[in-house]
Design a protein around this ligand. Structure first.
Ligand code: ADP
Ligand code: MG
Length: 543
């Protein structure tokens, strides 16, 4: 192809561009961050290629160069990374890789009052260039080819690609700046933006003949050397988020039997709860400081999928491939250490009144409990972190299983619970009457997953977890009741017969019960059967 060729943007991108054209002034700085971040990703990839592929070995220093120009008024961001082929240009700068990104972004923008700074999280950071520019040119040559290509667009419906001859390897993004951002060519302005948003980019960023970023990898430093400010900035670097602080961070180091360093962050809120679908990001995996894979999902179990962070190991070969990650012993052992570290951290937080655990549980408790069925080895540890409403406060406060046991005292073995579609309906269940009367605490499980969690767990701290709507619930014995048990039942035989005749096949049995005080009857489930709420759920799932 030697002629320029015109393409239309995918419809979603045209919409996105429209959204960007009306962005707030404050969000505009992050366009620079996104372009630097792309340059840095391209350098990471090039470093990896040059270390793993003989044919592309290259000693030349990898770097990002920024130039502000007054005449014509433009901002240039250049890297000597992997570059793009023509096909890659069309695919990467013409379509949205992740379907649904635009919807998520729109939601996020409206929830954050027009703030577009989180655009990079949705895999569409490049297009933020159009917040600054009325025309964008991308000149690029892939390391796989000898000739380059130019991509050009004014950010309306189309873009054009033409051959650009023998360019230097890498990518140059040229922004023809809009009138209201003419200050973006000033060195002082560029320097302050880079300091603010890009100080952790692991490659030198040059402005004139100066390197203007720090590049120090804080995760290899001892904890005592890293300031809170640095932890915060690194979080914002990892998440492309400029005004969000994490709920907590965890800095881990191990030296034997295998070496690794890691910093993990818990975000302040759970975007799955806002309807953003399942979180798919992962942790960055580095081998000897070189990024092997961003968003690596093998390093943490699914029930910790909300964490962001980095793991860097000296004991990993650079050429671990995605396919071998799962069976890699080092990865598996790092993962075990990370999980243990995170659960220990959470248990510590839970023990301290001001540790912020409540907020963590509110946001991520629902995801965390998925670990009970999926991670048997850590089941008890995770269970300690779960919180449930209970009859102790009539559902107003949450309790841990340990607190429940403490209140129950030594005579009560089982931990009782009752599931239902809502707290209100659980509270009115006749099954609760005898427990109320006897002052025995019952956990209220209105979240469908909780009953599933309880039935897979079966015991906690050696105590059976018992649903109180099953047939043979055993209550702690009381002297007075023992006597009553021995007294023969009178006067109910006929009533039971009538009930049986009326209900027929719809019930297995009709029995006299001692668990009721106010209600005339209640439904219970046969031993070994599913609880009522579980049956309801199964029914829903089958429909
Ligand atoms: P993301 O970086 O999250 O993938 P972007 O919209 O920022 O989303 O970029 C889209 C894609 O364009 C990148 O994944 C990359 O493949 C390509 N790209 C963008 N900038 C560069 C660059 N400087 N060098 C090489 N490829 C780039
Ligand atoms: Mg990007």
């Amino acid at each position: 192809v030697s002629e320029p060729q015109e393409f239309s943007f995918q419809a979603e991108i045209s919409q996105l561009l429209h959204l960007l054209a009306h962005s707030l002034y404050q969000s505009k700085e992050i366009a620079v961050r996104e372009l630097i971040s792309n340059a840095s990703d391209a350098l990471d990839k090039m470093r990896y290629v040059s270390l793993t592929e003989e044919a592309h070995r290259d000693e030349a220093p990898l770097q990002i160069v920024i130039e502000g120009q007054k005449e014509p008024r433009q901002l240039v961001i250049r890297d000597n990374g992997v570059g793009m082929t023509r096909e890659e240009l069309v695919a990467n700068l013409g379509t949205i890789a992740h379907s649904g990104s635009l919807e998520f972004l729109k939601k996020a923008v409206s929830q954050n009052k027009g703030d577009l700074s989180l655009i990079g999280q949705f895999g569409v950071g490049f297009y933020s260039a159009f917040m600054l520019a009325d025309r964008v040119r991308v000149r690029t040559r892939s390391f796989k080819e000898t000739e380059g290509w130019e991509w050009e667009s004014d950010g309306t419906g189309t873009f054009r690609i033409s051959p650009a001859g023998p360019l230097e390897r890498g990518t140059e993004v040229i922004l023809h700046l809009k009138d209201d951002v003419s200050d973006f060519v000033e060195e002082s302005r560029i320097r302050s933006i880079v300091r603010r948003y890009s100080s952790f980019v692991p490659h030198p960023i040059r402005l004139g003949d100066q390197v203007i970023n720090d590049q120090k990898p804080i995760w290899v430093e001892p904890k005592s050397q890293v300031t809170e400010e640095q932890y915060l900035q690194f979080y914002q670097h990892l998440t492309h988020h400029s005004n969000e602080s994490p709920l907590w961070h965890l800095h881990l180091a191990a030296d034997s039997p295998f070496q690794f360093r890691s910093i993990l962050y818990c975000p302040p809120s759970n975007i799955e709860l806002l309807g953003f679908g399942r979180l798919e990001h992962g942790v960055s995996l580095c081998a000897k400081r070189i990024l092997v894979q961003s968003d690596c999902r093998e390093l943490l179990p699914d029930y910790l999928r909300f964490l962001h962070g980095i793991v860097d190991s000296e004991d990993l070969p650079l050429n671990v491939s995605r396919e071998t990650l799962q069976d890699n012993t080092v990865i598996r052992r790092i993962r075990n250490t990370l999980v243990k570290g995170v659960l220990d951290k959470l248990n510590q937080m839970a023990d301290q009144a001001a540790g912020g655990f409540e907020e963590f549980h509110r946001q991520f408790g629902g995801i965390l409990r998925e670990g009970i069925p999926s991670d048997p080895a850590n089941r008890e540890r995770i269970a300690k972190l779960l919180r449930f409403p209970s009859s102790d406060s009539d559902g107003a406060k949450l309790t841990s299983l340990d607190e429940y046991i403490k209140r129950a005292g030594p005579d009560q073995k089982p931990i009782y619970y009752l599931g239902g579609p809502s707290l209100a309906s659980i509270k009115t269940s006749p099954n609760l009457e005898i427990f109320r009367r006897r002052g025995i605490e019952v956990l209220y499980l209105s979240d469908p997953i909780d009953e599933f969690v309880m039935s897979t767990m079966q015991t906690f701290d050696g105590r059976p977890l018992t649903s109180i709507d099953s047939e043979n619930v055993e209550l702690p014995e009381v002297e007075a009741e023992k006597k009553a048990d021995e007294e023969p039942l009178v006067g109910t035989t006929r009533v039971l017969e009538l009930f049986k005749a009326a209900l027929g096949d719809r019930v297995k049995e009709v029995r006299e019960s001692k668990r009721l005080t106010d209600s005339p009857c209640c439904l219970v489930n046969a031993d070994g059967g599913m609880s009522s709420q579980m049956q309801r759920l199964m029914k829903m799932a089958n429909q």
